[in-house]
Design a protein around this ligand. Structure first.
Ligand code: B12
Ligand code: SF4
Ligand code: SF4
Length: 235
């Protein structure tokens, strides 16, 4: 067993696996809204959080190459669990995987804090490098004392503040988007219709000109949007 607890966590391992967004945070230093879900018992046991995300298509490609994940219901969640176990298993760190998991934690709030997330008119977060083509993949409570990541506050205008034509708004066939309001009800109702053009995509997301080189592949879109479609069909 190597004790890396006074060292940096080797985030290159996550990067190689397509989890190309990662941060280690000291729980004590975080604002209350990010930590209110942590129990007293967990506060005694754990001192840090690891947050993982992916941008673009790399994670999807890595997962397609994992034979043991073929046919698995939730290959991404399973893979993230495996990568975390492999990485933290080489250290003395005790940990609990919070996300993926049943506990509801506002992941976008972490993105806002870390500078990964800017608001868009359709509520999906916008990342400076990855555009809207990113998501949160892991949140882990850790007993470690790894070097905490630097949180860099964005000083420049957001991509959306600089966007003049707002093609996301005009692309939405449900008129669910405006600069001041997003109607989840209109979006969900439209996605549920038989002739919906958004069964396996979001036309607003597709219309955004930012970071188009990182757009998900068709298979990746089909996978994510089929899952969210099944969820909204049950709402
Ligand atoms: C609930 C939820 C949904 C629900 C929302 C239904 C509802 N009205 O409750 C449904 C199932 C529709 C959904 C769908 C999607 N979601 Co969603 N969702 C979440 C979840 C689990 C919780 C959000 C929440 O309640 N936050 C807490 C409250 C306090 O914040 P809030 O601002 O009031 O939350 C509202 C909005 O966030 C909104 N919402 C949630 N997801 C999305 C996604 C889009 C595109 C929009 C417009 C709104 C929206 O609904 C919330 C409840 O009213 C988060 C993961 C998490 N644990 O944070 C992911 C999350 C927000 N979703 C995400 C994504 C990517 C999607 C999808 C695009 C599908 C996908 N898997 O690729 C779809 C597309 C939505 C659409 N246009 O159809 C990502 C966003 C990543 C980013 N770049 O910001 C998150 C962060 C998950 C992740 N692992 O990264 N989602
Ligand atoms: S099209 Fe413009 S306003 Fe819409 S999400 Fe993209 S950058 Fe933001
Ligand atoms: S999924 Fe379709 S209906 Fe919903 S916001 Fe995107 S473009 Fe509009």
């Amino acid at each position: 067993m190597t004790n890396l607890t006074t060292d940096s966590l080797d985030c290159a391992v996550f990067q190689q696996q397509g989890l190309n967004l990662s941060a280690v945070l000291n729980i004590e230093a975080l604002p209350h809204n990010l930590t209110q879900w942590i129990s007293e018992e967990e506060r005694c046991r754990y001192s840090q959080l690891l947050i993982l995300g992916h941008g673009g298509t790399q994670l999807w490609q890595v997962i397609q190459a994992q034979r043991h994940l073929r046919g698995v219901d939730d290959p991404i969640d399973q893979f993230v669990g495996e990568v975390v176990a492999n990485s933290l298993g080489k250290t003395d760190t005790q940990y609990t995987l919070v996300y993926p998991g049943p506990r509801m934690v506002d992941l976008q709030a972490f993105g806002r804090y870390l500078g990964w997330h800017e608001d868009t008119p359709f509520l999906l977060g916008m990342h400076q490098q990855w555009g809207t083509w990113f998501a949160y993949r892991g949140l882990v409570l850790m007993s470690s004392t790894f070097v905490a990541s630097e949180v860099i506050l964005q000083s420049q205008k957001s991509q959306c503040e600089c966007c003049e034509e707002l093609p996301c708004i005009s692309a939405c066939p449900a008129n669910a988007i405006s600069m001041s309001h997003f109607s989840m009800d209109l979006c969900v109702a439209y996605r549920k219709t038989e002739m919906s053009k958004c069964a396996k995509t979001c036309l607003a997301r597709e219309a955004c000109p930012v970071a188009t080189q990182h757009r998900y592949s068709k298979e990746q879109m089909d996978y994510h949007y089929e899952l969210s479609r099944l969820t909204i069909m049950s709402l």
